[in-house]
Design a protein around this ligand. Structure first.
Ligand code: PHE
Length: 456
């Protein structure tokens, strides 16, 4: 029988597998399939991939456990959980930064998810329309964005177990299968070999400070870390859950899918004679060409973008859920009121991003340059999807490593998973020292503190 503490009234995962699939659903999304290939392409390919993998293993994995533990310890949202661990201190602000980051990431992530959903039909309705014209048309992109936010609202209204968990369980495996099909076709296209080389043969002369920040930011983004999504999902875990296995599986799935996405895109990019550094448009321009080279390509394309929409949906759901869990726990709003209010706010904040791809010239295109980015959406992605996640992770690892402390964190970790003292000591070195120090250096570097010495 479960006690009151083990089964809080606020919702809980139906099973460990359900949690793993839902958390992997949050992690796996456009970050893996849309963002990872283009960021890798812009940052030199194979060398970036190696740094990315190092970031996952050395920083993100230990940090992931820290987020899950904070969430499970109090069964609360990011702000509430931090308040419960360190009452009457200002550390809750770190949780609040995460909630805010969730709002802003969702605002532009929903726009791109809308494009993906549009691509489900585009192959049939407007096959030859170039991607750049497709996303420049406000009459197309704004309704698609609105529709995607509505999908997200419906899932999140369904609550933790019925909505999020069920969707993830059924659809994630199908996406994986379809990716394999596309990879095989891409690899067998003439000229694909050069893409493999770009993706797998590192050239470290291209690595500088911004490349490392891009890799670290991408690693956080891809694993949904640094803004409390894993605190929130961890808060729906019972104390009996084995965090080590659950967290490890999520990281493994997520990294595997990102690596596969690279394998899917780069051979095709080179076969099609495109530029791997083509930026956010990369996946949208390249994949349709692979589909065209397949029998029944339009149907494969439809299926692929449909499943990618679902992968994006399980991520937008987690972004919305972070903010909703905060307003429900801390502000005592009803779930319904929270979901609708937050979704509408994210939609309004997302409009400039939606209109930045050609619809409103002041928001993007020639002459637009903020922080070295060429449109408003990219600026948002850089600020919230990169800097803010790294900053959030820096602060939270300091919080866990130095404020919560080893006794509290280790006691929580031991519940449900038989972890030896030695493993805990090893993990602790990462959480307390390596994570904060490395993230701090990478962030300082981006603000030019080291001049040209490290940044090159
Ligand atoms: N991890 C998601 C993806 O890869 C994006 C995301 C970031 C979701 C942060 C939640 C929190 O698409």
């Amino acid at each position: 029988m479960q006690t009151q503490e083990e089964r809080p009234a606020r919702g809980q995962w139906g099973s460990s597998l359900g949690f793993v699939l839902a958390a992997a659903g949050s992690a796996i999304g456009l970050g893996n399939i849309w963002r990872f290939p283009y960021v890798a392409g812009e940052n030199g390919g194979a060398a970036f991939v190696i740094i990315y993998l190092a970031c996952i293993a050395l920083i993100c994995l230990p940090y992931l456990f820290a987020e899950l533990l904070v969430g499970r310890s109090a069964h609360k949202n990011p702000v509430g959980a931090i308040k419960a661990i360190a009452p009457n201190t200002p550390w809750w602000i770190v949780g609040a930064l995460g909630v805010l980051t969730g709002v802003f990431i969702l605002s532009y992530y929903g726009v791109i998810a809308g494009w993906v959903f549009g691509y489900v039909f585009k192959g049939f309705v407007a096959h030859d329309l170039p991607f750049t014209e497709f996303i420049a048309d406000p009459v197309v992109v704004v309704p698609l964005f609105a529709l995607f936010m509505l999908f997200t609202v419906f899932v999140v209204l369904g609550g933790v177990e019925k909505g999020i968990e069920r969707a993830a369980k059924i659809l994630m495996p199908i996406l994986l299968l379809l990716m394999f099909v596309v990879i095989v076709r891409g690899l067998t296209l003439p000229g694909a070999g050069a893409g493999l080389e770009f993706y797998l043969k590192p050239d470290f002369s291209k690595v500088d400070g911004p490349v490392v920040l891009a890799a670290l930011g991408q690693a956080f983004f891809s694993l949904s870390l640094g803004m409390g999504a894993m605190i929130t999902y961890g808060s729906y875990l019972p104390k009996t859950s084995n965090l080590r296995i659950a967290g490890g599986s999520v990281a493994l799935f997520d990294t595997g899918i990102a690596l596969l996405a690279g394998l899917m895109i780069f051979p095709a990019v080179f076969a099609a004679g495109e530029d791997p550094a083509g930026g956010p448009a990369l996946v949208f321009m390249t994949l349709p060409k692979v589909f065209d080279a397949m029998p029944a390509g339009q149907v494969v394309g439809l299926l692929f973008f449909l499943l990618l929409s679902v992968a994006a949906l399980t991520s937008t759901v987690s972004l919305l859920e972070v903010v909703v869990s905060y307003t429900v726990d801390e502000k005592k709003w009803s779930r319904r009121k929270s979901v609708w209010t937050v979704a509408v706010a994210c939609f309004l904040i997302g409009l400039p991003s939606a209109l930045s791809q050609g619809a409103v010239p002041a928001l993007g295109g020639e002459g637009f340059s903020i922080l070295g980015k060429s449109d408003f959406l990219s600026v948002m992605d850089f600020l919230w999807g990169n800097i803010s996640l790294a900053l959030g992770a820096l602060l939270l690892s300091i919080f866990v490593g130095w404020i919560w402390g080893r006794r509290g964190a280790a006691a929580e970790l031991k519940l449900g998973s038989g972890v030896s003292e030695r493993s805990i000591s090893f993990w602790w070195i990462f959480v307390r020292y390596i994570c904060p120090v490395v993230i701090f250096i990478v962030l300082l570097n981006i603000f030019g503190v080291f001049g040209d010495f490290v940044g090159g």
